[in-house]
Design a protein around this ligand. Structure first.
Ligand code: CTP
Ligand code: CA
Length: 237
């Protein structure tokens, strides 16, 4: 798509987007990580910029993606750093999109020097729970701390399991998180992680559920921004 062919409907909108996976260090050479490529978050940042938004992208581990032109990129490594940066910036944003894959847990302690094999075999790794950043910003908005109406978008990567399908898990997560929109991606079997295509659902607290047919992450980005634009329009009029 040519940038000048896109609608310039987000001029003046301040957007905070998180992308990529966090890495939780174990020792100077090792970390706990995940398979997020960052591509969907970068596609959102690019598309939003082309539509006139001013975008800050807080980026964790990505597969060496080029910073989108005109976007301020803030690099982070751990979930704690991500939480700090989001906390500092959410108040200045009209839209917060949490596309980052945040580690749920982090090692309780980080060894100062490389952990050696030793003779006694592996020691168990003790973990602490990371803060839920998305729930944190929803709670801050509910307390009136974000100054004005902020549209908040979450992501969920679901495989479905014995307790329910992808969509069931997505509905439950939307209710639990309290964000306005939840992008539910079907993952597993090579879907989503690191690929250029995505498929899934866009769920809104209004109850609307839109299927997102298999397509590029660029196409998915513009669908998501269309839905964000509708919510912004509603809060502005
Ligand atoms: N998220 C977050 N902080 C965390 C974990 C997740 O802000 N500590 C955000 C993600 O960026 C994403 C959304 O919450 O937008 C859903 O992430 P997900 O991992 O699917 O949700 P969890 O509540 O961690 O549930 P699960 O047990 O399925 O991992
Ligand atoms: Ca999680």
């Amino acid at each position: 798509e040519r940038p000048d062919a896109l609608p310039h409907d987000m001029a003046g909108v301040r957007m905070l987007i998180t992308a990529g996976g966090t890495r939780e260090p174990l020792d100077p050479v090792r970390y706990l990580g995940n398979r997020s490529s960052g591509k969907q978050g970068y596609a959102l940042a690019r598309a939003a910029t082309h539509r006139g938004a001013s975008v800050t992208l807080i980026a964790g581990a990505t597969t060496e993606l080029a910073a989108p032109a005109g976007v301020e990129v803030v690099p982070i490594v751990t979930a704690t750093e991500l939480a700090d940066e989001v906390g500092k910036r959410a108040g200045d944003a009209d839209v917060v999109i949490m596309a980052a894959a945040v580690a749920d847990f982090r090692p309780v302690s980080v060894a100062e020097s490389k952990i050696k094999k030793g003779a006694s075999g592996p020691a168990p790794i003790e973990l602490d729970t990371n803060p839920d950043i998305l729930r944190g910003i929803v709670a801050a908005r509910d307390r009136g701390e974000l100054g004005g109406t902020t549209v908040i978008v979450g992501f969920a990567a679901e495989t479905g399991d014995a307790s329910g399908g992808v969509l069931d898990h997505g509905r439950a997560k939307l209710a639990r998180k309290g964000c306005d929109l939840l992008v539910v991606n079907a993952v597993g079997d090579g879907k989503a992680f690191g690929t250029d295509d995505n498929t899934g659902w866009l769920l809104a607290t209004t109850g609307s559920e839109t299927a997102l047919p298999l397509g590029s992450k660029t196409l998915m980005a513009s669908r998501i921004l269309d839905a964000v634009g509708d919510l912004l329009g509603g809060s502005r009029s």
